[in-house]
Design a protein. Structure first.
Length: 331
């Protein structure tokens, strides 16, 4: 396991020794740490800089140890996360030795490939909030994995379901090219535009609020069922996002740092909607669609998919845990 970290906040480089202060703004509060060991450039084959061997979760490299988890002394804070209906979970603060991202969810899991496609993807952030940074708006770089069968987990846990929760820690500084929204998370074919599910980020409106969109695939086309406007300066810092879908009850909700936001889109999936799949291969993609061209500028620190709608209480609990740290427990 290796991790290469450049210490930045709001686009500003932090010095190797940073006073312990809160970096605040909007409803997001995150901390820097003393005696951190900075690195530069990318990891796992990206150009530039040196690669520092680090454990996940803030351990090693001279940084503060991770906060204790809910399983008692010695456990990582990630043990506090809700696991009900968990399909896949990714901590994007370190690559495995083969350069892939390991699924921390139930076995057998779905490891993801880091596909640079000639562009720069780097690991950046302070301890407890390290993630993969996309720098090329509208580029092709992405993180992806192929579901090869709908008869086995993890894809089996999505098929024929009408419920879903997407969970992510992201920051978006620029999105949308010529009005076409960028993808934060995509589940679909290798050539689709919006896929079976997609969470996208668009341009800010005249009031400075960035648009977030959620689509589901109904019948033979994508249906626009979620639209929210979030203050751009709020989502420019790492924030915890939850999209909760329960088609039977007409629920398409977005939470930012555990707080529900107003869905201004009136359309909802039909009450009898279920997730279906006929194609032989489909993909889970972070930071783009599978065919590229929809990258945003910003970072993803963490992502998870659940085959059940988390309750508001569960959303708040997970948001509180991820606000403390979204770095993984190591391997």
């Amino acid at each position: 396991m290796v991790r290469n970290v450049s210490w930045r906040w709001m686009g500003w480089a932090l010095s190797p020794i940073v006073p312990l202060v809160a970096l605040t703004g909007g409803s997001c509060v995150f901390f820097s740490y003393e005696d951190v060991v900075p690195g530069t450039g990318g990891a796992s084959g990206s150009a530039g800089g040196s690669v520092e061997p680090c454990g996940q979760g803030g351990g090693g490299c001279g940084v503060a140890p991770p906060e204790e988890g809910c399983a008692g002394p010695g456990s990582h804070i990630s043990t506090c996360l809700i696991d009900d209906g968990l399909i896949a979970r990714y901590f994007l603060d370190a690559y495995a030795s083969d350069g892939r991202l390991v699924d921390s969810g139930p076995e057998p899991g779905l490891s993801l490939d880091v596909v640079r496609d000639g562009e720069k993807l780097t690991l950046e952030g302070e301890a407890g909030r390290v993630g993969i940074h996309w720098s090329t708006l509208g580029g092709n770089a992405r993180v992806e994995g192929a579901f090869l069968s709908t008869s086995t987990p993890p894809s089996k846990l999505l098929v024929s379901k009408a419920e879903l929760t997407l969970e992510a820690v992201v920051s978006v500084t620029a999105a949308a090219v010529e009005g076409v929204p960028s993808r934060i998370l995509y589940v679909g074919t290798g050539t689709g535009e919006l896929g079976k599910y997609s969470l996208s980020a668009g341009d800010p409106d005249a009031m400075g609020n960035r648009e977030l969109q959620f689509h589901v695939f109904v019948g033979s086309q994508a249906q626009f069922v979620g639209q929210w406007f979030i203050p751009a300066e709020e989502i420019e810092r790492p924030c915890v996002l939850h999209v909760v879908l329960n088609a039977a009850d007409g629920v398409v909700d977005l939470y930012v740092n555990g707080d529900a936001r107003t869905n201004v889109m009136q359309a909802r999936p039909p009450a009898d909607y279920v997730f279906t799949w006929a194609e032989p291969t489909w993909y889970l993609v972070l930071g783009n669609r599978r065919s590229g061209g929809r990258a945003f500028r910003g970072s993803i620190q963490y992502a998870a998919v659940y085959g059940t709608p988390l309750t508001p209480e569960q959303v708040k609990a997970n948001a509180a845990t991820l606000a403390k740290s979204d770095d993984g427990p190591g391997m």
